[in-house]
Ligand binder design. Structure first.
Ligand code: C2E
Ligand code: MG
Ligand code: MG
Length: 525
């Protein structure tokens, strides 16, 4: 998987990780609201049912109270009693004195007129006759409910059976329906007859249709159903409103969080950060490649070469991470690490072998670093090593700006450090400038050593270095032929796989102990 894919994947996962809880909480909130909605509606239906019961109890009490009167029917005191009752009992509109189905007198008027009611619609379990009729003694065309004992009748407005104000914020409607005939006695709003038919046919207690929730409650005493209903649309609207506010906010937060995390991840993954981690975790170690005298085969010193061990065990080439350190401003940090490691590894050994030197590769910036200069000075003192034992290599390209580099080099040389020109011949400071560069040793690059027989220029480099009284180290000697040629042309020192590759501290010390005396090298290979 490429880093781009990985970043994409992480972004996706992050967005999901933030959006999912938002969506889940919205869903839970919606479910909770819906539950609350149903609970509110059921509570309302129950309250309506209680009201119906209260009204019916009042009807029954009124009839009982009137029947208990001893006064003769339609007498002055009887009439007064009827009026008092209808006046003071909240739900009762009219009280009538009847004989069979015919009215004799009423609490409302007493003009001697009589009115005959149709036969009752039904008899309640308590034995009262019940009507739901438009016909009445007042001639007003309006459906009213009437209940009668043998001699008394009370008239109530059917709306009083269901006249309950809902507590909820939603508009809730209610209707009173005959369970047997499915006729609507009273309702607070229009009701779809098809819905009514469905509820009746399937004997439903709840129904949700076209975003409207219907709840049915039975009042068996009067064979009545109380139907309550309200629309869930305001709920959805509220939810959509909330979604409009929270979803963009959630997406924005998740994008922001993703962006931040990706930035941190990228930084953590950046080559500079990885190099910095390696420096801080001491993952960069130093190997030592011996440098031998071509005149007597004695080891005269070594070159410290940085190594970066990767998590998979392989080593990243310094040709890659040194330019990276230079570009990212970490080179002096790296060189400081190398210097410390060199002294930790070989400080004691160098003190015991003052004739041996270690050459350390420096970049241009290192020459200007006061911290590095102080560190070197400190280490020399701590380990009691002579400055002559620590040579400093600078590649030929490092001399591109001689005006600034030469004073720094001169300062190091004054302190006693030999300075080498590394990779000589690969840069552009050509032979012409060689005499102006105040250095001690010239390292001929491996590419010249590889083509000794063909390169016409190598003898001239050697000759000029000799004239300038510079030491010469030939790099990358791999064959005895190369060694022979160089020796014949008066090159003083050699470094290469012919003698040894760069070695770890322990192996190097072992190798060095074996090759400190002359004539050992050829035998060792
Ligand atoms: P260099 O300073 O010219 O080091 C010599 C390079 O040639 C080393 O490569 C060494 O392992 C390799 N070499 C030596 N003998 C032979 C041989 O016979 N055959 C072949 N094929 N190669 C040979 P290495 O260690 O890979 O280092 C590469 C370059 O990285 C070095 O070239 C040096 O310029 C730079 N470098 C290494 N360590 C440091 C460091 O601590 N600081 C700085 N600034 N640069 C460093
Ligand atoms: Mg070097
Ligand atoms: Mg070199």
């Amino acid at each position: 998987m490429t880093t781009r894919h990985l970043v994409g994947l992480i972004t996706g996962v992050l967005i999901l990780a933030i959006l999912l809880p938002i969506l889940l909480s919205i869903w839970l909130a919606q479910r909770e609201t819906h539950k609350q909605f149903i609970a509110e509606q059921e509570a309302y239906a129950s309250r309506v049912l209680i009201r119906t019961g209260q009204v019916m109890n009042q009807v029954k009490s009124a009839l009982k109270q009137m029947d208990a009167l001893k006064n003769p029917g339609c007498s002055k005191t009887h009439l007064q009693e009827m009026r008092r009752l209808s006046y003071s009992w909240r739900y009762i509109q009219e009280v009538l004195y009847i004989d069979g189905l015919t009215t004799k007198c009423s609490s409302l008027e007493n003009n001697g007129n009589t009115f005959t009611f149709p036969p009752p619609d039904r008899i309640t379990p308590a034995g009262y006759r019940a009507w739901y009729t438009e016909q009445n003694d007042l001639g007003i065309k309006r459906y009213m409910a009437a209940f009668a004992s043998e001699h008394h009748m009370v008239i109530i407005d059917p709306i009083s059976l269901i006249d309950v104000i809902p507590f909820s914020n939603n508009t809730t409607n209610v209707a009173l329906i005959s369970t047997s005939s499915n006729r609507v006695f009273s309702r607070s709003a229009e009701l779809d007859p098809k819905i009514l038919l469905r509820i009746h046919k399937d004997q439903l207690t709840t129904l949700t249709e076209n975003n409207v929730v219907y709840t049915v409650r039975q009042y068996p005493e009067l064979q009545l159903s109380i139907l309550t209903w309200s629309s869930t649309l305001p709920l959805s609207e509220r939810l959509h409103h909330q979604l409009l506010i929270w979803l963009p906010a959630g997406i924005l937060i998740s994008l922001l969080a993703s962006w931040l995390i990706i930035r941190v991840l990228r930084r953590l993954q950046s080559p500079r950060q990885r190099l910095l981690d390696a420096l801080n975790n001491a993952d960069i170690t130093v190997n030592y490649q011996p440098i031998v005298s071509l005149t007597d085969d004695k080891m005269v010193g070594c070159e410290a070469l940085a190594r970066w061990k990767q998590p998979d065990g392989s080593y990243l080439s310094p040709d890659i991470f040194i330019p990276l350190a230079e570009q990212t401003g970490l080179i002096t940090h790296l060189t400081e690490n190398v210097v410390k490691t060199v002294f930790r590894d070989l400080g004691k050994w160098l003190h015991l072998h003052p004739e041996i030197h270690v050459s350390i590769n420096l970049s241009v910036n290192d020459f200007h670093s006061v911290v590095l200069r102080t560190l070197l000075h400190q280490q020399l003192r701590i380990w009691d090593v002579a400055p002559q034992q620590i040579a400093l290599e600078l590649t030929e390209r490092g001399f591109a700006d001689p005006n600034t580099i030469l004073p720094a080099i001169a300062a190091y040389r004054r302190s006693g450090h030999p300075v080498y020109i590394d990779d000589f011949g690969t840069g552009y400071s050509s032979l012409r400038y060689l005499q102006d560069l105040e250095v001690d040793t010239l390292k001929i690059d491996k590419s010249f050593v590889d083509m000794l027989e063909y390169a016409q220029v190598t003898p001239y480099i050697i000759e000029m270095a000799k004239n300038l009284q510079l030491n010469i180290v030939a790099e990358g000697i791999e064959t005895p032929c190369q060694e022979k040629w160089l020796r014949e042309h008066g090159v003083h020192f050699g470094q290469g796989w012919l003698y040894s590759k760069a070695l770890s501290k322990e192996t190097f010390i072992l190798w060095a102990e074996n090759n400190l005396s002359a004539h050992g090298i050829s035998a060792a290979h």
